[in-house]
Design a protein around this ligand. Structure first.
Ligand SMILES: [Fe+2]
Length: 243
């Protein structure tokens, strides 16, 4: 089965009980992280130890990149094809789902677009805990459109790190946010366009650190875990939350 959750920010506890309901999961089971995986963050040996620990999980870990990742570290891993789309293979059971890809996994067609804007950019140091590749490039946007065109703009699930603009406006309307961050609007608009032109049954995204069901079959993910095959929530929001 395929499961999905939100930002894990380098916290390995998110891949073990009780935070992940993974008792009985095997090599065919997969957990997707909708960006801000955070296990590759330019921390050398510390990153390596976390990845080696996660490599012992009996299931697969698939992650989109978010804005809090060390992109050069991810890009140094070998690029290969996985279920019809490009990935970086980090460990045998850990793969980075790249931007603008369409994968066919367990009969589900899944579009991915990582990236996002760091609202705490001013507090971060370039090359130490912030990297300029956080926002998608024009080439990555174009690759996404090309891959969607090749599958007739028909997928089962859309996954991004950042939120589509329509969902941000919904959250602004209900008072959750007071404004949209202008630096991220081009990405949000692209995601909104993708959602508008693509047949899909559900849209999942991370980034905003909220667990929330939103209009238009959209789900903002943080700690909750959903099953993509059934669409059911298998771990309630905030259950097992630590720190
Ligand atoms: Fe995050």
């Amino acid at each position: 089965m395929i499961y999905i959750t939100g930002d894990t920010h380098g916290d390995v506890r998110r891949f073990f009980e009780p935070q992940l309901p993974c008792a009985g999961w095997g090599p065919e089971d997969k957990i997707i992280v909708a960006g801000d995986f955070g296990m590759l963050f330019g921390n050398g040996e510390t990153d390596g130890k976390k990845l080696d620990l996660l490599a012992r999980c009996p299931f697969q870990i698939l992650f989109l990149d978010g804005n809090h990742e060390c992109f050069p570290e991810i890009a140094a891993y070998p690029e290969e094809l996985y279920c019809g789309g490009k990935v970086h293979r980090i460990r045998d059971n850990i793969r980075h789902l790249m931007r603008g890809q369409v994968y066919e996994i367990e009969g589900l067609r899944i579009f991915t677009m990582g990236g996002g804007y760091s609202i705490d950019r001013m507090l971060r140091v370039a090359g130490r805990n912030w990297w300029p590749e956080e926002m998608p490039s024009e080439a990555e946007y174009a690759e996404g459109m090309e891959n969607l065109s090749r599958c007739g703009y028909a997928v089962d699930v859309l996954i991004s790190h950042a939120a589509p603009t329509g969902s941000m406006l919904d959250l602004k309307k209900d008072g959750t946010f007071s404004m949209l961050f202008p630096q991220e609007v081009p990405l949000g608009n692209y995601l909104q366009k993708v959602a508008g032109m693509t047949r899909h049954r559900h849209y999942y995204f991370g980034h905003i650190h909220l667990d929330r069901e939103l209009p238009g079959n959209r789900t903002a993910l943080y700690y909750a875990v959903y099953c993509l095959n059934t669409g059911m929530c298998v771990k309630a929001p905030d259950a097992g939350k630590r720190g």
